[in-house]
Design a protein around this ligand. Structure first.
Ligand SMILES: NC(=O)c1ccc[n+]([C@@H]2O[C@H](COP(=O)([O-])OP(=O)(O)OC[C@H]3O[C@@H](n4cnc5c(N)ncnc54)[C@H](OP(=O)(O)O)[C@@H]3O)[C@@H](O)[C@H]2O)c1
Length: 319
């Protein structure tokens, strides 16, 4: 079968090759799946560069999430490859216990975009931040993979959503996703706008995949008892919050590493999957697939994510 493999760490376009490799053989408790669609995530780029928190041994096949067809049964499932990345291939192994059923009316491409970003959004907004109906939710990078999911999940939870994004095309996407207020944070001062639209209250929950200056500014427009969810650092800078500022403004900074729930509370993943399927059936969420590319274009897809030019999720199709 064909599979992309990262042979050394660096720019994905330089270090990945599309190799002929042996089809994997499932162990007990594993399924062999024919990959129907694989979702890209920013961490795919970071992992190839060697700057992600997890560093698999080389060579490795990238790709954290997929929709696949179980070989032998034809059943469609979604989730993560067994034991780490591995979705950018024609076939992959999945743990049977965490190969989640795909709703009949969900496309392969949407199913490949439902797992990582929506699980992260749901756990971040509900389990970590305790988002309540009627609260103000500020979502940064709202037109990206993680951000687009958070806008939809925030609206589904009954929050009023303020979304930021870079440029008019992306802010328009945020509006289409259901955001109540949108801000082009590359051209406008989001701190003063958030204070204005909330009547001075500030954002009760901030969902921040960007970090850096965006995190710093978010601390200036967070509400009393607000919760700032640290999701990622696409800006490239890991920020800090001075403890005295957290104290005097009475807010919380919440770390979010969704992957750890697979170890610490695996039952949560299934519960959240059921809830996401219910929200999809109700029309409350619909994964935004901005681009579908053939598997052989994985390096171009990763370059597009790295240079900030993608909308929603990019999905690769092997067949
Ligand atoms: N904590 C967790 O458990 C967890 C789980 C999944 C993902 N994540 C993290 O969430 C973040 C977003 O992932 P994603 O897959 O949603 O990525 P994505 O689709 O590429 O979206 C990221 C967005 O970040 C914004 N951005 C701001 N500065 C940027 C820069 N210098 N370079 C690139 N993008 C920049 C861009 O939006 P604008 O152009 O609108 O600014 C971009 O669309 C990543 O840091 C990832 O590691 C965390």
């Amino acid at each position: 079968m064909r599979a992309w493999r990262v042979h050394s760490l660096g720019d994905p376009a330089d270090v990945m090759t599309f190799d002929e490799v042996e089809e994997p053989t499932p162990d007990d408790g594993q399924l062999l799946v024919r990959v129907l669609a694989a979702g890209l995530n920013f961490p795919d780029v970071l992992m190839a560069q060697g700057t992600y928190q997890e560093k698999p041994p080389l060579p490795f096949t990238p790709g954290f999430e997929l929709c696949g067809e179980v070989v032998g049964t034809g059943r469609r499932v979604l989730g993560a490859p067994s034991g780490g990345p591995g979705a950018f291939a024609e076939y992959a192994l999945m743990d049977a216990a965490s190969a989640w059923p795909v709703p009949d009316d969900m496309s392969d491409e949407q199913a490949a975009a439902l797992y990582l970003t929506y699980q992260t959004g749901h756990v971040g907004l509900h389990r970590r931040a305790g988002l309540r109906a009627g609260e103000w939710l500020l979502v940064h990078a709202g037109a990206g993979g993680v951000g687009s999911a958070a806008i939809q999940l925030g609206k589904a939870a009954g929050a009023t959503v303020i979304a930021t994004a870079g440029g008019p095309r992306k802010t328009e996407i945020c509006r289409e996703l259901g955001a109540d207020h949108v801000i082009d944070y590359t051209a406008e001062d989001f701190v003063s706008i958030v204070k204005d639209v909330t009547g001075g209250h500030g954002a009760d929950v901030v969902y921040d995949p960007v970090g850096g200056d965006v995190f710093d500014a978010s601390r200036k427009c967070i509400a009393f008892e607000g919760r700032l969810v640290v999701v990622g650092f696409t800006s490239g800078r890991i920020p800090s919050a001075p403890a005295n500022h957290v104290l005097v403004k009475n807010y919380s900074v919440l770390g979010l590493h969704w992957g750890l729930y697979r170890k610490h509370d695996p039952a949560l993943i299934g519960t959240v999957h059921e809830e996401l399927c219910r929200l999809f059936a109700d029309g409350a969420i619909e994964p935004l697939v901005g681009q579908v590319l053939p598997l052989h274009q994985a390096p171009q897809a990763m370059a597009a994510i790295a240079d900030r030019s993608t909308i929603g999720k990019v999905v690769l199709k092997p067949w």
